[in-house]
Write a protein that binds this ligand. Structure first.
Ligand code: MV4
Length: 509
């Protein structure tokens, strides 16, 4: 087993990996940029090395600097986390050349899955069902028109090098195709330096369901069940759950066996995820393979009892999987909320700044993977994901009620977060009835939020809100309970002193 691992990442995922290292008796080495000097991953690691300025190209994306730290620290392996260099085949190759083990798949497997058209050709050979369309880049607009007419509208134009919805266009008619073709190509060129686009038939209001796989370096591949990831906003996942409410045992086995076939066709090792689109008849189609540990891996860990990061490290160290497919069982239900530093009342605008007060939930069935602490300054230079709040229960209802309870305990002061959005989602009748597809979140956001009466409709509401905010700033969240306590004779003394404290706080301003 490795004695020392370098974590080439930051934030909650770096903390997650450091924890796994410590559980396994491995020394954890952090790297950090100038704006991350005081970040949580630096504090939790055994050693930490500065690697450059805030710009990712100068730090977390800088292959030479990271390999230099690996050499200086004596780290035998590198865990890339997600994002940054995690799916960079050049980095995996550079690690191999430097004699450092990359904790993930081989560069060749990443290459095979990096281009969507290449991946579709491989799936065609492997007999895996994929969305109807072309498996080669389009050569001209005329060819695009011909193929689209053949498949039938609506169609999707997608960038071969794509991801995150960039270079993707939904096209409803031949007229629309003309401008969509040019704009998709130039967007792909700008985003990926590669203008190759291809056509897929558009699946109307699909679900996004993905299958976790794990493969050792001795030819054993298993699947660990699916995650339902249909709740997205602008191609950013917002909430994920396992198992999917629409997948039964038979469908899970068919999707799982397909995912294993995909992984084997790519010569895949370590942890990976096979993404599927699922239509209303529950037909599933291969979409792409993610060659990394994913943000939402905890929901799979909770329902399988398997620690994915431990196993990634064991696999990279050359150990064979100690269990087989029959040993994997799904028990209970898990759901993850991605807590972002963004303002849901202002078009999800990013909200960096200092965290002045942090009240973090815990309790039965709650897991919190977080990269923040009270007093920390959230930098504006990176992805705004602050933490993940994950609820577990014996069934979906219990997971939801535990999450709702935990969300009501969660308070992050000083910056805006999307915590209130999750309170809304989790009480929504459609969500509770599992009616979640690609369009759910947009529908919810168009509705009026009934729990937040509009101040403009009630002339007194704004004044009351200002007074409440002032009290809250002085007293902290204890102020929120004042009304409750006033009705309860036993705590009246304490309530009275809270009011006194508020008055004193005001006098000191
Ligand atoms: C699609 C699609 C419909 N038809 N492909 C791909 C990237 C991912 N972020 C969303 N993608 C989609 N690809 C075809 N052929 C619809 C989406 C899609 C989506 C899918 C599932 C859940 C939410 C979604 C939100 C927007 C777009």
């Amino acid at each position: 087993m490795f004695k020392k691992i370098l974590i080439a990442n930051r934030g909650e995922i770096a903390v997650r990996i450091i924890r796994a290292c410590h559980e396994m008796g491995i020394c954890a080495v952090a790297v950090y940029s100038e704006v991350d000097r005081a970040s949580l991953h630096v504090r939790k690691a055994d050693e930490a090395y500065p690697i450059g300025s805030a710009a990712a190209s100068e730090s977390y994306l800088n292959i030479a600097k990271i390999l230099d730290v690996a050499e200086r620290s004596g780290a035998e392996a590198i865990h890339p986390g997600y994002g940054f260099l995690s799916e960079n085949a050049k980095f995996a190759r550079a690690c191999a050349d430097a004699g450092v083990k990359f904790i993930g798949p081989t560069a060749a497997a990443m290459d095979a899955m990096g281009s969507k058209t290449k991946a579709r050709q491989a799936m065609e050979r492997a007999g895996v069902p994929f969305v109807p369309g072309t498996s080669r880049g389009l050569e001209s607009r005329a060819q695009a028109e011909e193929v689209a007419a053949d498949i039938g509208y609506p169609i999707m134009l997608k960038a071969a090098a794509g991801g995150g919805g960039k270079g993707m266009r939904l096209v409803n008619s031949a007229q629309e195709l003309k401008s969509a073709f040019d704009s998709a190509r130039s967007e792909a060129e700008r985003a990926f330096g590669d203008s190759e686009v291809y056509i897929e038939k558009a699946i109307v209001n699909p679900r996004h369901i993905e299958m976790q796989v794990l493969a050792d370096e001795h030819g054993h591949t298993v699947y660990l069940g699916e995650r339902e990831c249909s709740l997205q906003r602008r191609h950013q996942k917002v909430l994920e759950e396992a198992p999917s409410p629409i997948v039964d045992g038979d469908m899970r086995r068919r999707m799982g066996e397909t995912a294993v076939r995909v992984a084997e066709a790519a010569g895949y090792t370590n942890a990976g995820t096979v993404e599927f689109l699922v239509d209303h008849q529950k037909n599933f189609y291969f979409l792409e393979m993610n060659t990394r540990l994913q943000v939402e891996h905890p929901v799979t860990e909770l329902v399988t009892g398997i620690d994915l990061v431990h196993l990634q490290i064991r696999i990279a160290a050359g150990e064979p999987l100690a269990f087989s497919q029959q040993d994997v069982t799904i028990r209970g239900h898990a759901m993850e909320c991605r807590i972002y530093a963004e303002d849901p009342d202002n078009n999800f605008f990013p909200s960096p700044g200092k965290i002045t007060l942090l009240l973090a939930p815990s309790g039965p069935g709650i897991r919190r993977d977080s990269g923040m602490y009270e007093g920390w300054n959230v930098p504006m230079d990176y992805d705004p994901l602050l933490a993940k709040l994950i609820g577990y229960g014996s069934d979906r209802e219990q997971a939801i009620s535990r999450l709702r309870r935990a969300l009501s305990e969660y308070f992050v002061g000083g910056i805006k977060t999307n915590i209130s959005l999750f309170r809304r989602i989790l009480r929504d009748p459609e969500f509770r009835a599992t009616k979640i597809d690609a369009g759910f979140l947009d529908r919810l956001l168009k509705q009026k939020d009934n729990a937040q009466p509009d101040a403009r409709e009630d002339p007194q509401a704004e004044e009351v809100a200002v007074i409440a905010a002032g009290m809250f700033a002085v007293l902290g969240p204890a102020a929120a309970g004042v009304g409750e306590k006033a009705r309860d004779g036993a705590t009246n003394g304490k309530t009275a002193s809270n009011w006194k404290m508020a008055a004193r706080g005001e006098a000191l301003r």
